[in-house]
Design a protein around this ligand. Structure first.
Ligand code: SF4
Length: 448
């Protein structure tokens, strides 16, 4: 395996969309967005994503779009704009829509005040029919949470919380500028459960500075002890050319490709032994969680939040830099806060870029999503579904032959199945179907 992790130590996208975000272009603006919103089918529930781009301090590994603020005022101003954007979008829809999935990410949504949640939820109920069984999920930073805050989330109807942990090790926490003792995380999870928010996700990382396999095994054991329903085990993506604050991380302390692979394998084994089901590239979930059910039913999806059990075909993004997804294409709001705020306050949408999907994009996007989610795809079925000849993927199959020889995949009669050995390399399998990959746009993170 050492040989494979070194041989395939390549840079490839994470495929949270296809085409991936570096291929979005500037031609998609508010007028096109308005038209796309108008064309939506009112009987299909929406998924809504809200981006809160503020944090208390910067974790040096962070790959998100966020800004450090020490005062609440900019957050309060931003909230007013966000509420206006909710109104703008709702008014542009052809009728009143249902929403079945609401997700707040960032940044740190917990930079909002507890009392803000009541206002946000009231506005959403005013504008949308929130379904009875809707998932209402918030990414929560335990370092800024209090029991009163958790109560405010619960009162607002939040039923799932994603807890950022990354590492339980005190030395690693120092190296990544995120001091968050285990006891703090455990206490906040206890508060969430006491207040009925019992669907808990936890984010952990491997490949962090000075991290060893023994350390991450211990961290996996601590995580398992807290029994989150889902765990996301991300490989640290060192991309200082895109995220300059990552230059604070000592590159010489980063594990090499083989060490990263061993860390992933060791921690992954811990979760599987403890009864978690492996999901796609880097998630684990308990068998009774929606995500395991979606995996077993073949309805697991992948979007900008990673893997999701949410089956709504339309994702509307709110907030600076937020990305949305529709049958017609992808669209992204402008990132700088000032521009976002000015556009929305003037009564315009803040869409800055995106891409209109061609039928070839949809075909390849479908194949890539099934590979990333199911670790398997039947190209005969896909060709029938999209009404294209079953010889469509001859060159892709040719590209995959080395992966088949290395037992990363099984290839038989146009059916591709990623092996257990191949799971950490699934992005490479998906990349064979990416028609944009060789055009030089975007530098990506390591495959493992
Ligand atoms: S709290 Fe999250 S979003 Fe904020 S800097 Fe840390 S990792 Fe990034």
């Amino acid at each position: 395996m050492t040989k494979l992790s070194e041989k395939y130590d390549l840079m490839v996208p994470r495929y949270t969309s296809y085409p991936t975000a570096p291929h979005f272009r500037n031609g998609i603006k508010g007028d096109i967005y308005r038209q796309w919103l108008k064309e939506l089918n009112p009987t299909t529930p929406l998924s809504l994503y809200f981006h809160i781009p503020f944090c208390d301090e910067m974790c040096s590994f962070c790959g998100c779009y966020t800004k450090v603020v020490k005062r609440y005022d900019p957050v309060a101003d931003y909230l007013e704009v966000l509420l206006s954007e909710i109104d703008l979008v709702a008014q542009a829809l052809p009728s009143r829509f249902k929403a079945s999935n609401l997700h707040w990410g960032g940044g740190s949504p917990t930079m909002l005040k507890g009392s803000d949640w009541k206002r946000i939820i009231e506005r959403l109920f005013k504008r949308f029919d929130i379904t009875d069984n809707a998932t209402i999920a918030v990414e929560l930073d335990p370092r800024t949470a209090s029991i009163e805050y958790v109560k405010a989330l619960s009162d607002a109807g939040v039923n799932r919380a994603s807890i950022g942990v990354q590492s339980f090790d005190a030395d690693i926490q120092k190296a990544i500028n995120r001091i968050q003792p285990y006891e703090m995380t455990a206490k906040v999870i206890g508060w969430l459960r006491e207040h009925g928010i019992d669907q808990i996700n936890m984010d952990l990382m491997y490949g962090l500075p000075n991290q060893t396999t023994e350390m991450i095994e211990r961290e996996a054991e601590l995580a398992i002890g807290l029994q989150p329903a889902r765990v996301a085990l991300f490989g640290y993506a060192h991309v200082p050319w895109m995220k300059p604050h990552q230059k604070l991380i000592d590159e010489s302390a980063l594990p090499n490709a083989d060490e990263r692979w061993q860390q992933f394998e060791a921690s992954s084994s811990k979760f599987i032994e403890a009864g978690y089901e492996p999901i796609g590239l880097d998630h684990f979930s308990l068998p009774d969680d929606d995500m395991s059910e979606a995996l077993n039913e073949g309805t697991l999806h992948r979007n900008f939040q990673g893997y999701t059990a949410d089956s709504a075909p339309t994702l509307i993004g709110f907030g600076a830099s937020a990305i949305g997804q529709m049958h017609q294409g992808y669209m992204q709001n402008v990132s700088p806060l000032k521009q976002y705020s000015e556009r929305i306050t003037a009564g315009n949408f803040a869409i800055e870029r995106g891409i209109e999907l061609s039928q070839d994009d949809r075909l390849r996007g479908y194949v890539i999503e099934r590979i990333m989610c199911d670790l398997s795809v039947d190209l005969n079925f896909v060709c029938r579904k999209f009404d294209v000849p079953n010889t469509t993927f001859i060159s892709e199959i040719e590209k995959l032959k080395p992966l088949s020889e290395d037992r990363i995949i099984n290839l038989s009669d146009n059916i591709i199945t990623v092996t257990e050995i191949g799971r950490p390399f699934v992005r490479l399998v998906a990349a064979a179907f990416d028609a944009y990959l060789d055009n030089g746009k975007g530098r990506h993170s390591r495959a493992v």
